[in-house]
Design a protein around this ligand. Structure first.
Ligand code: C5P
Length: 232
């Protein structure tokens, strides 16, 4: 699995996103489009960024009945994105339906990645609201194994967990890891962070980096620094 840096384009509009991407004149970063931008601009934003030559991780975290997810995934696959995701909590039936929907007539499909438990969910709210009595880390690994058994390509997790995920699900099971900060950078609202070099060491396959690049004085230099530390 080739390692890469995915830039989280957490912008509110196409105009802001394009102004940001215009700075990259001699490289085409892999970009993540999230709900805010997708819901604001619609599928056209995906086509526009794709037409500029970028790979795209469409981070919409689907979670619905299997038939609905299958049909929605077929639409996303038609947008020619490279990576999409869903909630593993939707069950293995939903995950296999998603894979079916994603697979194009020629047999190709985007990578399909599962969200296990959101990092905003802590053990206490998991127990008292979701009524899940197992420890959070066991739950995360169990959901990761479900995703692997359903045939998915990997999970979103903390860079600090990517080693454990590979142990449980195999070296080829992809780990996509946000929560990345430079050693001399601001952590912001991220709590459990790793530098790009640490993420590489622990075994992340893709790092998702937002503000350390988008808010940098020189975003292209910050991106290059991530590539140098993570990909080498
Ligand atoms: O700006 P920052 O580098 O923190 O951005 C990280 C990106 O990864 C954001 O788009 C955020 O929504 C996403 N993300 C995350 N933690 C998760 C899942 C997704 O930070 N557990």
């Amino acid at each position: 699995m080739g390692k890469d840096v995915i830039v989280a384009c957490d912008f509110a509009s196409a105009a802001e996103t394009m102004a940001f991407l215009d700075k990259f004149t001699d490289c085409k970063p892999f970009v993540k489009i999230g709900m805010e931008l997708f819901y604001a601009e619609g599928p056209q934003i995906v086509r526009q960024i794709k037409a500029r030559g970028h790979k795209i991780f469409l981070d919409l975290k689907l979670h619905d009945i299997p038939n609905t997810v299958k049909k929605a995934m077929a639409v996303l696959s038609g947008l020619d994105v490279d990576m999409v995701n869903l909630h593993a909590a939707g069950t293995k039936a939903m995950m296999t339906a998603a894979l079916e929907g994603l697979t194009r007539a020629d047999g190709t499909r985007p990578l399909l990645i599962a969200v296990t438990q959101l990092t905003s969910t802590d053990e206490e709210s998991m127990r008292s609201e979701l009524w899940i009595d197992r420890p959070l880390d066991e739950t995360v690994m169990h959901y990761a194994r479900n995703a692997m058994e359903a045939g998915l390509d990997g999970v979103v997790c903390s860079p600090l967990e990517s080693g454990k995920v590979h142990e449980a699900c195999g070296a080829g099971f992809v780990t996509v890891t946000p929560g990345v900060r430079f050693a001399d950078g601001d952590k912001g609202d991220q709590k459990r962070v790793a530098t790009p070099a640490m993420a590489k060491e622990i075994g992340s396959d893709y790092i998702v980096v937002g503000r350390p690049i988008t808010k940098a004085e020189d975003p292209v230099a910050a991106y290059r620094r991530c590539i140098a530390e993570f990909v080498g």
